[in-house]
Design a protein around this ligand. Structure first.
Ligand SMILES: Cc1cc2nc3c(=O)[nH]c(=O)nc-3n(C[C@H](O)[C@H](O)[C@H](O)COP(=O)(O)OP(=O)(O)OC[C@H]3O[C@@H](n4cnc5c(N)ncnc54)[C@H](O)[C@@H]3O)c2cc1C
Length: 486
């Protein structure tokens, strides 16, 4: 029987290839240098020009960071949160490096002639009132990067508020510095460019924390019910309030959720949609992990729920294949149930394999529904628990290479697509395991709920190498284009 077509597709923006995104990034980050080359100011010497180029490019990159950091559907709908988060972290380091080198390059020739005078000039750059906003921006960025490293040791909402505040200070300080202290940005097209950048920053914050807050309040969803699915794992059934249209999403995407009176974007948390768009309501499967998730089981029906989304590209429509392998670790069952429920709703004829790994057997959720799905789909299921399952339903151990080989039996690895969701380290191990079984890298798709061990997978390492090459290329182009300012 042919599969029913997928549900609404409005959220399906074309996924841009990595080279196209790289070129776009370079164009945006290098354009202020090109504009500076057109300005009629006093020519700079070689190192001054490089220092200026570094400052201009790093500031533009900071604005791009804000616009690409994952909360604008126009951007995240095309890239996926995994790529955005990985790039965000590495690019932040590159921006910091660029801004630290910016004043150093200005004073380098003096340092080489007379180190004491060079040090004096460098100190002056950091002390003079004219440069103060730039120094404040640099300090804020330094704290931002340090706080990023400490993220997992801090209360998440405190970290978010701090990240937001520091980002505002860094961007505001940087733009003020360019507009008031930068010779090249003092007038002309580049002056207008930074004002445009400032307007974009204000608009982005306005959308994120003004318009979205208003929407979460004016267009809430409503909790219909909460059910315990497994040990400390809850399923929330959420429907749009009367008069509000159903969410237009693709199976596997995620939303940012708030509840009750705290429907403000700063308090939201990401949760995958464990549902099919063929149903007008939304189910979320949430595991108790901390302060917020420990409260969801006690929410009363009727509670207003803020839903912002959908986001992400963890979808089968973005990743076609002749057969489908679904792999869940722990709470990673949430988007996997979304994909499975959608395959069932559309009676997808492709072979489907599901592997579900947990720490303890009492963590296994939705087992009856998974078993019932086998009546509709060509589905084979493998349950794995690290601790012994007395009932014998789950095998004891990890989702290791022999189990992955068994899971793939009867499938053609080259044409099959694997969707993996779970803790960082498990995702890395399974992703590498599937590559070892012959799946092409582009067909191994994953989403992590946490970023511990995030650089561990071969696919992550390749992506990191590409990002580093892009950022090195940016540095080389800054050097080359800054010759235009001499
Ligand atoms: C794209 C995505 C989809 C997710 N989908 C689900 C899902 O369907 N079901 C589910 O149970 N969990 C999901 N999570 C994880 C979930 O967002 C966190 O467990 C939750 O936000 C923890 O909040 P807390 O206040 O209860 O815990 P906290 O005490 O704040 O933190 C507990 C742990 O969760 C991490 N965490 C907290 N907030 C976030 C966040 N916004 N993003 C990433 N990690 C965070 C912390 O670093 C910490 O390790 C998803 C995460 C991401 C990134």
């Amino acid at each position: 029987m042919p599969a029913a077509p997928e549900g609404p597709r409005q959220g399906a923006l074309p996924r841009l290839s990595a080279p196209v995104l790289g070129v776009l990034y370079l164009l945006l980050c290098l354009s202020p240098i090109l504009l500076a080359a057109r300005s009629q100011t006093v020519p700079l010497d070689g190192w001054e020009a490089f220092g200026a180029g570094l400052g201009l490019s790093a500031l533009a990159a900071m604005v791009v960071q804000l616009l690409t950091s994952g909360r604008f559907r126009l951007v995240s709908g095309r890239m996926g949160i995994d790529r955005i988060m990985a790039f965000h972290k590495i690019a932040a380091m590159a921006v910091l490096l660029g801004l630290v080198l910016h004043p150093l390059a200005y004073v380098l020739p003096t340092v080489m002639d007379d180190p004491a005078r060079g040090a004096e000039r460098l100190l002056a750059y950091h002390m003079l009132p004219a440069y103060r906003s730039g120094v404040v921006a640099l300090a804020a960025l330094l704290l931002l990067v340090m706080a990023g490293v400490l993220r997992d040791r801090m209360h998440y909402e405190t970290w978010r508020a701090m990240h937001l505040g520091l980002a505002l200070v860094a961007l505001g300080g940087g733009l003020h510095h360019a507009l008031t202290a930068g010779r090249l940005s003092a007038m002309g097209l580049l002056h207008g460019f930074w004002w445009g950048g400032a307007a974009l920053v204000v608009a982005a914050f306005g959308v994120l924390y003004g318009w979205r807050w208003w929407r979460l309040h004016r267009k809430p969803f409503v909790l219909r019910g909460v059910a315990l699915q497994a040990d400390r794992i809850w399923e929330l059934d959420i429907a749009p309030a009367p008069g509000i249209p159903p969410l237009d999403y693709r199976a596997g995407q995620f939303v940012w959720m708030t509840e009750g009176a705290r429907r403000f974007p700063l308090f939201d948390h990401p949760f995958s949609i464990a549902d099919t768009p063929t149903r007008p309501a939304l189910r979320l499967i949430i595991k108790e992990a901390g302060d917020f998730t420990r409260t969801v089981g006690a929410l009363s029906p009727g509670t207003p729920i803020g839903i912002d989304g959908p986001f992400g590209t963890f979808t089968l429509s973005d990743h076609p294949g002749d057969s489908v392998v679904l792999i869940a670790g722990g709470a990673g069952i949430a988007p996997i149930m979304g994909l499975l429920r959608d395959l069932v709703a559309r009676r997808d004829p492709r072979p489907v394999r599901l592997a579900y790994a947990v720490g303890r057997p009492e963590n296994l959720a939705c087992l009856d529904e998974i078993a019932a799905a086998a009546a509709v789909l060509d589905l084979r299921v493998m349950l794995v628990s690290e601790a012994l399952d007395a009932s014998g339903q789950a095998e004891t151990g990890l989702l290791d290479a022999p189990r992955l080989a068994r899971l793939l039996e009867g499938l053609v690895p080259e044409t099959c697509v694997a969707m993996i969701c779970g803790p960082g380290a498990m995702v890395s191990a399974v992703s590498d395991g599937l590559l070892g079984q012959g799946l092409p890298m582009r067909n191994v798709v994953y989403e992590r709920f946490d970023y511990a061990g995030a650089l561990g997978a071969r696919k992550d390492r390749r992506r990191t190498a590409q990002y580093l090459a892009l950022l090195l290329g940016q540095g080389a182009l800054v050097w080359a284009l800054s010759r235009l300012l001499v």
